[in-house]
Design a binder for this molecule. Structure first.
Ligand code: NAD
Length: 498
């Protein structure tokens, strides 16, 4: 049985100490399944950021000179400490976000993966060298840390997303200010306590809680060298513009509208459960959720029939309870947004083949429930096919062939992930080559690159060039320095001239 989550007020963590926000406003947060209070989070003010950045700046000179293997050893300790609290962290995620325990465990595991990979920094950060680039001259390229970075997270993966950045950032010799989501700050609050326990020098890792004002100050702060951001596209674009205007590096991962293409030669038995998990897992609140299906050729009728039969079996409820497949959505306002998009879909002429609007969950009258919903007869210009719904609503479109399906993907402004279900290797190859999304899956509904690969979309789903984790992340958090060496000999340069 999980311990019940309650944190009176989360605090900032600055220069190795827990300190209250300098602002006076706090927001109470409730468990989205039960409606019970889980604690409160500061709204946050610019002065909180200034204090955190100052602490990170002070810690930087000594931390950046700490030998790389010593920095990496802290990450081994962090990995072990997180592992020791694995179940507790997953339970907090379920209570603050609503997703099922299995989903919380999965994302906590993916977060710990990041720490494990970043512990390989002595190898990851190596540069290049070449002897004798000219007579008597050698060249060395080395990667150097850059200073203070900031990481800003969305609400939907409270354990994982901050860890996409923190381990790589500090292991490569930078210091960091993390800003968790103001809607789901509690898992990160526990992680700060765990980070505090491993004895990192004060100021290497700092946390500030808050929302828009805090993010704006981070993006503008003159002592921040770079920003890693994850959230909706509108905010990602703004943060990217602000960071760029003040000369910072920025990687801003935005929203998504992920297409799943289904060919009639797919393995139906294995594909349909996988598609359902992609669309309804985490109640559709995943940036890799497949929300828009395109049935190719003759796939439409069997796809709709098989989905309907299996969607009916999805059990909605409190994510802490055994046997539950899908939890609530994050808040009353998010539920209202999803319901208004469903209304719009009906108004624009799509058929609501499964209606999840009036679902009730026994014993949980105050949860933010939206049942699995399915729209058929959707066309690509409808609002439900254009906007990110970020809820358990699946839309099905038709295309006569791969070309027509890819034209639908091409015309959409977002391109985070896309998948194709097929048994045809040629079709799969063509899809991988031509799909505009930067993360694609073949018979995989959630094509999430693991820690050692790079994560991020394209078009309006990503602003920047170097993406999250994997090799891109090392390049993002370091500056490349090229040194050219020549040593004069006693006999003079003539000895070397050719
Ligand atoms: P959001 O954009 O509302 O918030 C993200 C972060 O930005 C939060 O820390 C928040 O405090 C801050 N913020 C919110 N409004 C702001 C504003 N006006 N100015 C400055 N900062 C602001 O996103 P969310 O609702 O927390 O998360 C869901 C979104 O994140 C979805 O669009 C989802 O697709 C996206 N997401 C993308 C990825 C990815 O890898 N591309 C991963 C997870 C989530």
């Amino acid at each position: 049985m999980s311990e019940k989550l309650f944190v009176e007020q989360v605090q900032n963590y600055i220069g190795g100490k827990f300190v209250p926000s300098q602002g006076s406003e706090y927001r109470q947060l409730n468990n989205p399944a039960t409606g019970e209070p889980v604690g409160s989070c500061p709204v946050g003010v610019a002065a909180d950021v200034d204090a955190a950045v100052a602490a990170a700046k002070e810690a930087y000179p000594s931390w950046s000179q700490t030998p790389v293997p010593v920095r990496a050893r802290y990450l081994f300790d962090l990995r072990n400490a997180l592992e020791a609290h694995f179940e507790e962290l997953a339970s907090i995620v379920t209570q603050e976000h609503g997703k099922t325990l299995a989903e919380s465990r999965g994302s906590t595991r993916r977060g710990i993966d990041m720490v494990e990979v970043a512990a390989g920094m002595p190898s990851l950060m190596m540069g290049n060298s070449l002897e004798q680039i000219a007579s008597g001259i050698d060249c060395v390229e080395q990667r150097q840390p850059m200073g203070v970075f900031a990481a800003i997270a969305p609400y939907n993966f409270p354990a994982m997303v901050p860890l996409w950045f923190l381990p790589f950032c500090i292991a490569s010799g930078n210091t960091i200010v993390v800003k968790p989501s103001e809607q789901t700050p509690f898992c990160q609050n526990r992680m700060i306590e765990i980070i505090d326990s491993i004895g990192l020098p004060p100021g290497v890792v700092n946390y500030v809680h808050g929302a828009k004002d805090v993010v704006t100050r981070i993006a503008e702060h003159p002592d921040v060298a770079g920003v890693s951001f994850v959230g909706s596209s509108a905010v990602a674009k703004k943060v990217y513009a602000k960071a760029g205007a003040t000369g910072k590096r920025c990687q801003a991962l935005g929203g998504a509208k992920n297409f799943i293409l289904v060919a009639d030669d797919c393995n139906w038995e294995k594909s349909v459960p996988n598609i359902i998990d992609s669309c309804y897992g985490c109640a559709g609140q995943r940036c890799l959720a497949g929300s828009t299906l395109i049935a190719i050729g003759d796939a439409y009728e069997p796809l709709v029939a098989k989905l309907k039969a299996q969607i009916a079996k999805i059990k909605v409820g409190n994510g802490l309870h055994e046997g539950v497949h899908m939890g609530p959505v994050i808040s009353a306002s998010h539920k209202a947004k999803i319901l208004s998009l469903i209304e719009l879909g009906i108004k624009e002429g799509a058929t609501l083949a499964i209606d999840g609007r009036d679902i009730e969950v026994d014993g949980h009258p105050n949860g933010h429930w939206v049942g699995p919903s399915l729209f058929t007869d959707v066309n690509p210009t409808m609002t439900i096919a254009q906007e990110e719904i970020f809820g358990p609503v699946m839309c099905i479109l038709r295309a006569k062939d791969l070309d027509e399906a890819l034209a639908i993907l091409d015309s959409h402004p977002l391109a985070n992930a896309a998948s194709l279900y097929t048994a045809n290797g040629g079709l799969a190859r063509e899809f991988v080559k031509r799909a505009p999304a930067a993360m694609v899956g073949i018979n995989v509904g959630v094509s999430a690159p693991m820690a050692f690969f790079t994560f991020g979309g394209s078009k309006g789903s990503f602003f920047g060039d170097l993406k999250a984790h994997g090799r891109d992340s090392i390049a993002f958090y370091t500056n490349n320095k090229t040194a050219i060496y020549r040593w004069f000999s006693e006999e003079g340069e003539a000895n070397y001239a050719r």
